[in-house]
Design a protein around this ligand. Structure first.
Ligand code: SAM
Length: 213
């Protein structure tokens, strides 16, 4: 998702209390953003933040951090928090490539990846958030037994992601190629903005849940 550049969004984000600023300087202190020891779960590429906002409001005993690269998109998530703030949700504007510069080893309980950009050209494969290069980063920050949940309607991206899981030696806990018709995996499913849009067009949704090796 790349909204048109929204003038002033960077400045707006810079003064927001719903955002962790200077995130690399906060490495080791991210937990201080929450006044509890509850698990921390992150969504990478959260877009306008509907999924993580709904998840956080349903699960007040879990802390959530939404990560988004683009200011114009993050701005929408901040505006939602301003209308109805949640104590257990905060955002970071950053490129996920730098994730190990922000989170400590084994700090994160679970990672959500939803409708990630497909980067269709082969030479861009390592930019895909499900690539083995990203799985290596996630392995560092996830605690032992930590999980990644990934959803997409893009079959090529999902096929690639399955290959990467195997190559990187992660454990496949479950997967489906039709989430909305899967009795087990669809239970409690929280929709993302893209999920609603693409499933309304008739696209089946793929999902996997994998565990850190
Ligand atoms: N997850 C949302 C959903 O399912 O509705 C948005 C999906 S949108 C296609 C992908 C989002 O991931 C975009 O907002 C994009 O800016 C963000 N993104 C892509 N690569 C990223 C990266 N390396 N780090 C952080 N965000 C990224």
């Amino acid at each position: 998702m790349r909204l048109k550049n929204v003038p002033g969004s960077k400045e707006y984000i810079a003064q927001s209390n719903f955002v962790i600023h200077d995130e690399t300087e906060k490495k080791g202190k991210i937990r201080d953003c929450f006044s509890n020891d509850n698990p921390i779960r992150i969504e990478i590429g959260m877009g306008k933040g509907r999924f993580i906002y709904d998840l956080a409001s349903q699960n007040p005993d879990i802390n959530y951090i939404g990560i988004e690269k683009y200011s114009s998109v993050l701005l929408r998530a901040i505006q939602k928090m301003e209308e109805n703030p949640l104590d257990n949700l905060i955002f970071i504007r950053m490129d996920a490539e730098d994730i190990t510069e922000v989170f400590q080893d084994k700090e994160i309980d679970r990672i959500y990846l939803n409708f990630s950009d497909p980067w269709p050209k082969d030479r861009h494969a390592k930019r895909r958030l499900e690539s083995r290069q990203f799985l290596e980063r996630y392995k560092k920050i996830l605690k032992d037994g930590g999980l990644i949940e990934f959803k997409t309607d893009n079959n090529d991206l999902f096929d690639f992601a399955l290959e990467e899981v195997e190559a990187a030696g992660w454990k496949m806990l479950s997967f489906t190629r039709d989430l909305h018709n899967d009795d087990v995996l669809s239970e409690g499913n929280v929709m993302t903005e893209y999920e609603e849009k693409f499933s309304a067009m008739g696209n089946p949704i793929n999902k996997y849940i994998i565990q850190k090796p």
